[in-house]
Design a protein around this ligand. Sequence first.
Ligand SMILES: [Zn+2]
Length: 344
Amino acid sequence: MRYQTTLLVLVALFVLLTALFYFGSPQQTDLQTDLQTDSQADKQASSQADKQASSQADKQASSQTDKQADPQTDEQTNVTVLMKDGTVSTMTMAEYLPGAVAAEMPALFDPSALKAQAVAARTFVLSRTGAHGNADVCTDSACCLGWRSQEELKALWGDSFDQYWDKICTACKETDGQVLTYEGNLAQAAFHASSAGVTEDSGAIWSEVPYLVSVESPETANLVPNYVTTVSFACSIFAETLGLKDTGDPALWVETISRDPTGRVAKASIQGKTFTGTELRAAFGLRSTAFTLTWDGDNFVFTVTGSGHGIGMSQYGAQAYALQGWTYDKILAHYYPGTQLTQS
Ligand SMILES: [Zn+2]
């Protein structure tokens, strides 16, 4: 009886705290500039997505160490950063994080999307402790997270620096110390630029991660610059790129294309050789594996939707949800289902 009473009190406390946290989150209302006109935003978001796809996220998935979450405030947490010149700089998370968020997501995005990005980036950095020997992270977007100094951002943003910097610092401060955890361990907070209707299941590319599963993602061509891209290759280039022979009728070269449940290309059989969607993406520099491949009589044509590996949070999806009024915690819970937002 005493045990049951204690349990009831604990459950009631948990519900109360959860409700307090959820409803205590600030509602974001300010609308953003039309992002479709901002080609820089697109480049920024897509370059980081390629980074995640090419190496770092794969490494992250394969070398998961189940690090215990040990949340502290950003001022209390040190990050050692391998700088471009090879030196290692030690700074607090409060000093580091805005430069990473600024490098990874356009400052024009809604504050809720920026806050979701801040939590994902913080979680990622903490999972990289010691990944570079005497440093935790580098500033190479093709390896760890991109990072830009205030001087670089001043040159990039010009007169908008004060406004953008303040907006990004606010997103970091309002999520101070918050990380995503799964069963008490830091989660793998993978993210990408944009998805084709639904995100990718981690098991389709990496090993299965319980919270990196396919979920809906609402971004469309109205929001995402270059959402659908087309790339063409002459048959000689196409064959050479894949190490195949430039002989016979090109219309017959592509035998089968199989798709995973999210619609992305899983495998393609071309001239009797099998390639994964990821291999084709890398070989032809495609923005994602959500593509169709046709022979138009003159060229092989890839029509590609979205950008990045598609796993975890879609940045443009987060922006779309934020513009619908979703708070950052709701966005994170959607893209990383089953994880907990853990507050220091
Ligand atoms: Zn690195």
